[in-house]
Design a protein around this ligand. Structure first.
Ligand code: BES
Ligand code: ZN
Length: 613
């Protein structure tokens, strides 16, 4: 046994599947998917082949050439983080492909099923996935590690009134055909008159966590030569078209900075409000929360981030989550370069400043487990959803920014382009990056303590805050608040959401309830249309035990399932100044809102509540 990834059963002494042909039959009434997966190996293999699964029921494993069944077994132990390993025994004569048939569980951790009343239009059901970090295995059996890249084709069989989108090239939509299901028992269901098949192709090798689909009453509108925005319903779509109008300009800036855009299309899908992240960089089709549509173009930052992953993360991927900073740190750096190019230096500086605050707070949060403040981590036995933090993003950003300062922007830009061109479509680890850096920037290790940055805890002393008048002004206004001074109307005249977010994030974590009320009376922050600002305010109110906002908190927690908002709000309620009341409220809200949350978010909130009850 040669593990490659602390979160996977995949064994590096066995070949990694290089192609997957998937057929998925969506059964909305039972909230399950019946599927078949034809996995192709790069070379014939004999003996055990180990795959990851979670809550999957496996019906058969077959040699697709002879149609003979192959012995397989699911491990009796269900690891709470990794799930169950599936071992198929390939004959001594060796095989280069295996066909598996399986059914997902209604509780599959990647999949959220929404009933019609839970959707915007209220007329059709909806289903979508979120696979990062380790949830693909709950949809189909695979070597669920980013070290194992694969190409795939997918046939999605849906009710004829629905349509599907995927993180892949759309090939077409048509009548189901016999044999497509590749599973005898499914053929009859597969070809019913009420069904349609949509087919997709991912021609580039991608890590399994980038697999994604959504299926519902989805429609789209073009917003650029290679971009279309999709959503359910019409009002969201109208707003999204305006909010993301600048998308092509960002793609062009990305190309100028990091090299050609390799994925063909750059489409956007706006999901129902329960989507657990701000954005997810699914290739060719970024998934976005509707909360990024603030109506003033500020949603562009999240789009810039997910777009930036097209180079850093999707082209160059971390081999496993221990090196997650290679994905998110580089992407945060690349995102800010794109933002700087399209929105200017001051806005980019605000974003760096908000990130700096976030980093300081995470280091405080992890003060009893400094291991989690390292860039290169050891996540053996750790659930990546549990330790999700700003550290890989912001410390990673700081590291790259430090290198940029050392060698100058032109040299760093050239280095980045070369890095991307060298490792594209590969999965690499931290050491590979450091070696590449040393080889291409001779002597860099004498100027910057690379080992301290990559393997040390906390924030190195050569990290820094942004230099910007706007940033400095806002931070000093936050300091004035402690002296009893609110910002004046003139101070806040041009403030959009991010300025308020930075201001609020720099206030003390707990205030007197009267101060919270005074701030809101003047500036109506509890109703701000920029969700980060609204949630920062409500978090402050909850932590300060300010009961006046319990109603607003409840409304917010029942409206969205984005974990960036759920985490601080639930935490502030259970830890805040009126803890007992806050705990009771948090528990009740969760009981009532739980069904609306994606399974990953349900797990995260459950863990926050159980830690504090
Ligand atoms: N890839 C992440 C989201 C993610 C990370 C999902 C880890 C699962 C596990 C995505 O690119 C991201 O970072 N989204 C941010 C956007 C922000 C940094 C602009 C988010 O969701 O808030
Ligand atoms: Zn990201």
């Amino acid at each position: 046994m040669d593990p490659v990834d602390p979160h996977s059963y995949a064994d590096s002494s066995q070949p990694f599947a290089s192609h997957l042909a998937l057929s998925l039959f969506f059964d909305f009434p039972s909230r399950t998917i019946h599927g078949s997966a034809l996995l192709s190996l790069p070379r014939p293999h004999a003996g055990p082949l180990t795959l990851d699964t979670r809550s999957l029921s496996i019906s058969s494993a077959i040699d697709p050439l002879s149609s003979t069944p192959l012995p397989f077994s699911l491990s009796p132990i269900v690891d709470p983080i990794k799930g169950q390993s599936l071992t198929i025994t390939l004959p001594d004569s060796a095989l280069a492909s295996v066909l598996l048939t399986f059914t997902t569980s209604p509780q599959a951790s990647a999949i959220q099923w929404l009933s019609p009343p839970q959707t915007a239009l209220k007329t059709h059901p909806y289903v979508y996935t979120q696979c990062q970090a380790i949830h693909t295995r709950s949809i189909f059996p695979c070597q669920d590690t980013p070290a194992a890249r694969l190409q795939y084709t997918a046939l999605l069989n849906l009710p004829v009134e629905l349509s599907a989108v995927m993180s892949a090239e759309r090939v077409g939509r048509g009548r189901p055909e016999p044999g497509q299901a590749r599973g005898a028992c499914l053929d009859a269901l597969w070809c019913a008159d009420t069904r349609v098949v949509e087919s997709f192709n991912m021609q580039w090798p991608v890590p399994p966590y980038l697999f994604a689909f959504a299926c519902g009453a989805i429609t789209g509108r073009d917003i650029g030569p290679r971009s279309r925005v999709y959503s359910e319903g019409s009002s969201v779509l109208e707003e999204a078209v305006c909010e993301f109008a600048g998308v092509e300009e960002m793609v062009r800036e990305g190309e100028r900075l990091f090299g050609g855009y390799e994925w063909g299309r750059f489409d956007l899908l706006v999901l129902p409000p329960s989507f657990p992240y701000g954005g997810m960089e699914n290739p060719m089709m970024v998934f976005l929360t509707p909360t990024v549509i603030a109506g003033d173009g500020t949603g562009a930052q999240v789009v810039a981030h997910e777009l930036a992953h097209s180079w850093t993360g999707n082209l160059i991927t971390n081999t496993n989550n221990d090196h997650f900073w290679l994905n998110e740190g580089f992407t945060t750096y690349a995102e800010r370069r794109i933002v700087e190019a399209v929105q200017g230096e001051e806005i980019a500086a605000l974003s760096i400043g908000i990130g700096w605050r976030g980093l300081l707070e995470e280091v405080e949060r992890f003060k009893d487990n400094m291991e989690l403040t390292k860039l290169k981590t050891n996540q053996e036995g750790i659930d990546p959803d549990e330790i999700y933090s700003q550290v890989p993003y912001e410390k990673g950003f700081q590291f790259l920014w430090r290198i940029e300062r050392q060698i100058g922007r032109p040299a760093f830009d050239e280095f980045l382009k070369k890095y991307i061109a060298t490792f594209k479509f590969k999965s690499i680890d931290s050491d590979t990056f450091v070696e590449f850096l040393k080889a291409n920037v001779p002597g860099i290790e004498k100027e910057i303590d690379l080992q301290l940055w990559v393997e040390g805890t906390g924030i190195p002393s050569d990290a820094m805050e942004p230099v910007s008048n706007l940033y400095t002004k806002i931070v000093s206004l936050s300091k004035d608040f402690v002296l009893g001074k609110l910002p004046t109307e003139e101070d806040v005249l041009d403030w959009r959401g991010q300025e308020w977010e930075l201001y609020l994030e720099n206030l003390p974590k707990v205030l007197d309830p009267s101060q919270v009320l005074a701030l809101d009376e003047r500036y109506r922050l509890a109703e701000h249309n920029y969700w980060e600002a609204k949630v920062a305010f409500l978090t402050l109110a909850a932590a300060s035990g300010c009961r006046d906002y319990y109603g607003m908190m409840e409304k917010t927690l029942k409206e969205v399932g984005r974990m960036k908002y759920l985490r601080p709000l639930y935490t502030a309620l259970v830890q805040g100044n009126s803890k007992d009341e806050g705990k009771i409220l948090a528990k009740r809200i969760f009981a009532e809102a739980k069904d609306m949350y994606h399974p990953i978010a349900q797990g995260v909130v459950e863990s926050i509540l159980s830690r504090h009850m």
